[in-house]
Structures are given as C-alpha cells and as structure tokens.
Design a binder for this molecule. Structure first.
Ligand SMILES: *C/C=C(C)/C=C/C=C(C)/C=C/C1=C(C)CCCC1(C)C
Length: 266
C-alpha cells in the first residue's frame, strides 16, 4: 500500500470509530446525569475521553512509523478503543447504580490484557526473536491473574471471605510471575542486541507492567475497607489510563525513535 492509500485506510477507521459514538448504546443519554460532587463519576468520564483520544492518536500516528512497528501501533489503538467502548457503558452503570461495573470491567480486562501481552511478542518479532513460548507463559499467567481476581471480587456465596483473600493472593503470584519472566526470563537476553528503540520499548513496557499494574491490587485492597467502591473505582480508572494510554505512548515513542534512527542511517 502506498502512503495515500494508507492515509485513506486510517481515515476510514477513524470515521468508523467516531460514528460509533452516535449509536444510542454508547451515548450518555439514558441513565441520568452526573452529579457534580461525584468524583468517581468524573474519573469515569475522564478515562472515557482519554481512551477515545488515545485511539484516534494511535491510528493517525501509525502512518508515521516504519512498517515493522505498524502492527504494534494497531494493537495499541485496539486496546484503548476496546476500553473506550466499555467505559461508555461503565460510566453509565456507575451513575445509574453507584455500584462497581464489575462484570464489564473484567470483560474489558479479559480482552485488553492479552492484547497488551501480545505487544511483547510483536516487539520481539520485529527483531526476529519472537518467542511463542514466552507469549503463552505471559498469556496463561495473565488469565490466571484475572480469573482469580474476578472470583475474589464477585459476590459468590459459596466463596467466603478467607477464600477471597486466597484468590487475591493467587492473582498477585501470577502477576509476580509475569514480572519475573519479563525482567529475568529468556526475553532479557533476546532484547540485549536489539535496536535502541526496541530496547527502550521493551523496558518501558515491562516497567509499566511492574509499576503501573501495581495500582490494581492496591485498588483491590483499598476496596476491601468497608466495601469501598469509590476508592476501588478511582484507582482502577487511574490504572487503566496509565496502563493503556501511557503503555501505548511508550510503543509510539519507541516506534518514532526507531523510525528516525533507521531513516538517518540510509
Ligand atoms: C487494561 C487493563 C489492565 C492492564 C488490567 C490489569 C489488571 C491487573 C494487573 C489486575 C491485577 C490483580 C491482581 C494482581 C490480584 C488480583 C486482583 C487483580 C485482578 C485486580
């Protein structure tokens, strides 16, 4: 595809995304109005806007990076785009019920977390060092983390309080395993001789999975204190913006850096 075709394709994707906004199911007219003092509600609105803006940005910037980075940019846009779609529902749910949109939250994570994990695969693939085994390890561990987390948060009568904490611990262990794989596993050697852009991307993304992801278990713990849905949702919303928008920005920054470096070599 030449450049003008590419621009046309991304314009089409963009128009399609924006026209989704006009659908009743994703517009904010049904459930009532946001209360001015509802800070959790405000954080839902801010996160929704950030997700949409990031999606548009990643789709447009995809035109400016070298071909080997394009799939990574597409995946970054998918992650924020899918989250935007779910946030339009979650904010309505919050305003209408004052309760955590638990199921939609986990539906979103179940789709977007594996997509983010696949970014590591794509980045390694771009330097010819793709590892399917690493992908499956990260994918499997993130599923264990999310399923354990969901069961610990869902009000399932047969699961008591003690079991909730045990499930939480399982989730934390799965997350720690992911951190171990990224910093000390086989990925480390492979990235060693990659370009500066790739090394930066890998470290920044692994850093986000270490520090940014820590906000989620923190939100879970804060939420325990007297069933505090406010603290839980504010922290989860902040975490989603950090881990989806900032994560995508790292991919974009590395892609731009790498594209510039390789075009000045020629
Ligand atoms: C875009 C959404 C993302 C990146 C969601 C990430 C979610 C987590 C890292 C959740 C972590 C949890 C634990 C580490 C322990 C169990 C409770 C969870 C599921 C909140």
């Amino acid at each position: 595809m030449n450049k003008s075709n590419l621009t046309r394709t991304s314009s089409l994707i963009l128009v399609g995304t924006l026209s989704l906004l006009t659908l009743g199911s994703v517009s904010a007219e049904t459930a009532g109005y946001l209360d001015e003092t509802d800070m959790v509600g405000v954080s839902f609105w801010i996160a929704t806007a950030m997700m949409l803006a990031s999606t548009v940005f990643f789709i447009l910037e995809r035109n400016n990076v070298a071909p080997k980075w394009k799939t990574s940019m597409t995946v970054a846009a998918l992650v924020t785009g899918i989250a935007w779609y779910h946030y339009t529902y979650m904010r309505e749910h919050w305003v209408a019920t004052d309760e955590s949109p638990l199921v939609m939250r986990y539906v979103d994570w179940l789709i977007t977390v594996p997509l983010q994990v696949s970014e590591f695969y794509l980045i390694l693939a771009a330097i010819g060092a793709a590892s399917a085994v690493l992908f499956w390890k990260l994918f499997g561990a993130s599923l264990v983390m999310l399923v354990a987390g969901f069961l610990s948060e869902a009000d399932i009568d047969s699961i008591g309080d003690g079991a909730d904490k045990a499930l939480f611990a399982v989730g934390v262990l799965a997350w720690l395993y992911i951190i171990y794989e990224l910093w000390a596993g086989e990925a480390k050697e492979k990235v060693g001789d990659a370009s500066e852009g790739t090394q930066f991307a890998f470290k920044a993304m692994a850093g986000i999975l270490t520090v940014g992801w820590a906000i989620y278990p923190l939100g879970w713990i804060m939420g325990q204190d007297g069933d505090n849905a406010d603290a839980l949702n504010i922290l989860y919303n902040i975490a989603d913006v950090v881990n989806k928008t900032a994560f995508g920005m790292m991919v974009w920054y590395a892609a731009t850096m790498d594209t510039k470096a390789s075009s000045s070599e020629e």
